[in-house]
Design a protein around this ligand. Structure first.
Ligand SMILES: [Zn+2]
Length: 704
């Protein structure tokens, strides 16, 4: 028996040693795999290079590694491409918090200096993140790793923008954007959170009309009073008719506008509009050529149009404005039980201020249509399949996508402007500075999803790379179910638009990893479980099993320390099983003829093998893990090994030889079936097997 089995299993001493051996063997790179198997590719969702990995990362690394190891053992040229995400706004927010702690602010920094500092911080975090991915056992090909700010990535992303501009799929437009006054940037709809809030709803007298609003602070510029052209209550008013009304800071000249956008059923059917701070109002203003004036500045303070209220923050100004209107006799009534949906920044919870801004937009309708057609043709399937409905909903209701961010940390938008102030603005899209004087570069950067949406193409070297021909389209995209409307559709769209092929045939979505009580992990609640602490304590194999068993796709799971501990016991059990087998088989010739009983036991494991194989192929990974766990412990250890003791103690030499042969066969089988789930301990035991069909278990043949 190998000496190492005299001691208990020690994952911390074993795992890093084994990983280093695997990495050195070059076998994570499919180019070094023997045989002529078909390619099988997974693109790793690149973790953000800005902090520790969390439990969600540990889950996706485990699930993807299981699929890759399984396919590699089946003889596929299995390629798992790792990456690191600069994570634009996310990382900038992390770095801004660091600056705040140091008493600094990005707003008083030179943008270049800020960029360089964040770059250094990200590179350092990236190394740390990669080390953690290794510790989780990921058998990804590090030689192909990509960072989202690698020069070739930047180039491809900018080229896509140029192409989309030429194709009319990208335009520059003045539109209402979601503005965070703390972060000083616009945000896409998916970067805002809708919350239901209770606010007073005010009714004011506006000349002969009654208007209602929750936002009196926006009303300074309201000189248009809008009603539906078919509303009989206002049939005596004519479009364009002017009237003087008493308003917040004295009399103003108002103009009647008739527009079908007004809901006759809502309130009095009359509203005033604030085009700069509302998309609906902006559309009305555009239709009738009305003035569009900014009322609230970029820091959330009132502009001089508010006169005595100038410079006040909304929260301070609102009650004062209501008070003034009331003192003038213009407040009719207040409804204190009004609930409505407000948008907040998903990072800082600041109320989003709709602001009108020149931005770059992606025209979504034709692209979304392409994505839907591809799903209709069955080119992309979802696991679990109910996510297809959600995907469809987002594609059927896709709004144009604002891709400009007013932050330095990201890929620059390759646009140049001339005569911006004059009203005769010229724009050139080019990665190089245009000839001639007076060109200013766009200081905005791309929304991070604009680049990560192209990730499967970029990491395979689209359009001319060798990997692109071999490994694109990839096979499975495995990621969190919350990305069903953020990342997944963008990858499908870019794949179809640029390569005319969907980037993967299967989308596997996993749920959130919650704490032991099923509560969402959050720093403020203090219930965040750091996966790396658990692997230090119980071993990576134990964590991986705890993440997989009982975890059906798409549903959230609870991760408790006890569960991980339970699988550490299982690892010990496996170690003890192996010790028993090695102790009792050194007399065996390993190829004795099996007795009828032993042949039946072998047939039993063959049936189990078939079952598990089908389970993994059909993405019932949790079930496969549970079956091999159950077999190892409750069949092999509890029954077969117990039955073997009297056989080995007896004198029937044929029975002893048969049983010794059987135990070695079954142990090998267990190691192979368990390897994708518990790669380290299975490899460590396999290295002590008297006969092996490969140097490493990770490339041994999957039993069929
Ligand atoms: Zn914010």
């Amino acid at each position: 028996m190998p000496d190492k089995f005299l001691k208990p299993y020690d994952p911390s001493a074993t795992e890093s040693r084994i990983y280093a051996k695997w990495e050195k063997s070059g076998l994570f790179n499919p180019d070094n795999l023997t045989g002529d198997g078909k390619p099988y590719t997974i693109v790793m969702p690149p973790p953000n290079a800005n902090g520790d990995l969390h439990a969600g990362h540990a889950l996706f690394i485990t699930l993807e590694d299981i699929l890759i190891r399984f396919k590699r053992m089946q003889g596929y040229k299995a390629l798992w491409i790792p990456g690191a995400d600069h994570a634009g706004f996310e990382t900038q927010v992390v770095y801004e918090k660091k600056l705040e702690k140091e008493g600094r602010s990005r707003f008083s920094m030179d943008p270049k200096q800020l960029y360089n500092e964040i770059f250094a911080f990200t590179l350092e975090s990236k190394k740390h993140m990669e080390q953690q991915v290794r510790e989780l056992g990921a058998s990804c090909d590090w030689s192909r790793e990509k960072f989202t700010l690698d020069p070739d990535v930047v180039k491809e992303v900018q080229k896509t923008f140029e192409k989309m501009f030429i194709d009319g799929l990208v335009y520059r437009g003045k539109r209402t954007v979601n503005w965070c006054s703390k972060h000083q940037t616009s945000l896409s709809d998916v970067e805002t959170e809708n919350t239901e809030e209770k606010s007073p709803f005010y009714y004011f007298k506006y000349g002969p009309f009654e208007i209602g609003t929750v936002r009196p602070e926006t009303k300074f510029g309201d000189k248009y009073v809008v009603m539906h052209p078919d509303d009989p209550r206002y049939k005596d008013w004519e479009h364009g008719q002017r009237l003087e009304v008493e308003w917040i800071n004295g009399p103003i000249m108002a103009t009647v506008i008739k527009d079908i956008a007004v809901d006759m059923e809502f309130g009095t059917g009359v509203m005033t509009i604030t085009p700069w701070h509302s998309q609906i109002d902006f559309e009305i203003a555009k239709r009738h050529g009305l003035d569009v004036e900014q009322i609230i500045d970029w820091h959330g303070k009132l502009l001089p149009i508010a006169e005595e209220f100038t410079g006040m923050k909304i929260a301070e100004a609102r009650p004062k404005i209501v008070e003034k209107l009331a003192s003038k006799g213009l407040l009719i009534k207040t409804d204190d039980n009004y609930t409505h949906i407000t948008k907040r920044c998903y990072k800082c919870n600041t109320m989003i201020e709709p602001q009108t801004k020149e931005q770059w937009f992606v025209k979504m309708a034709p692209l979304a249509k392409m994505a839907l057609e591809s799903v209709n043709r069955g080119e992309v399937k979802f696991v679990p399949d109910n996510y297809e409905k959600i995907f469809r909903y987002w594609m059927e209701n896709a709004l144009d996508w604002n891709i400009s961010r007013q932050i330095v940390w990201g890929i620059p938008i390759p646009a140049w402007f001339k005569n911006r102030e004059s009203g005769n603005e010229e724009i050139i899209i080019s990665r190089e500075k245009p000839d001639g004087e007076g060109w200013d570069a766009d200081t905005d950067t791309f929304d991070t999803w604009f680049s990560s949406g192209q990730w499967p193409l970029i990491v395979t070297g689209f359009p001319n790379g060798k990997d692109y021909t071999t490994y694109y389209p990839t096979d499975v995209m495995e990621t969190g179910h919350d990305l069903i409307f953020k990342w997944i559709p963008r990858m499908v769209i870019f794949g179809l638009y640029l390569a005319k092929k969907a980037p993967f045939h299967t989308v596997y979505l996993h749920g959130l990893v919650n704490d032991a009580h099923g509560k969402k992990m959050s720093k403020s609640k203090g219930n965040v479980v750091n996966p790396l602490n658990l692997t230090d304590k119980y071993g990576t194999d134990a964590l991986r099993m705890a993440l997989v068993v009982g975890n059906t796709p798409g549903t959230d799971l609870s991760l408790s320390e006890d569960k991980v501990k339970g699988y550490k016991h299982f690892a010990n059990k496996l170690w003890n099983i192996s010790r028993f087998v090695f102790e009792n088989t050194n007399l065996a010739q390993n190829n004795a003829e099996l007795t009828q009983k032993d042949a039946e036991l072998l047939a039993q494991v063959n049936a189990l093998t078939k079952d598990i194989t089908i389970d993994i192929e059909e993405f019932r990974i949790y079930m496969a893990a549970e079956k091999i766990y159950h077999y190892s412990w409750h069949e092999f250890a509890d029954k077969i090994l117990e039955e073997s003791k009297p056989i080995f103690a007896g004198t029937d030499e044929d029975a002893r030889q048969s049983r010794a042969t059987l135990l070695l066969l079954l142990l090998t089988r267990i190691l192979k079936l368990l390897h994708p789930f518990m790669p380290f301990i299975t490899e460590e035991i396999y290295q002590s097997m008297p006969t092996k069909d490969a140097e490493y278990l990770m490339v041994a043949k999957w039993p069929s």
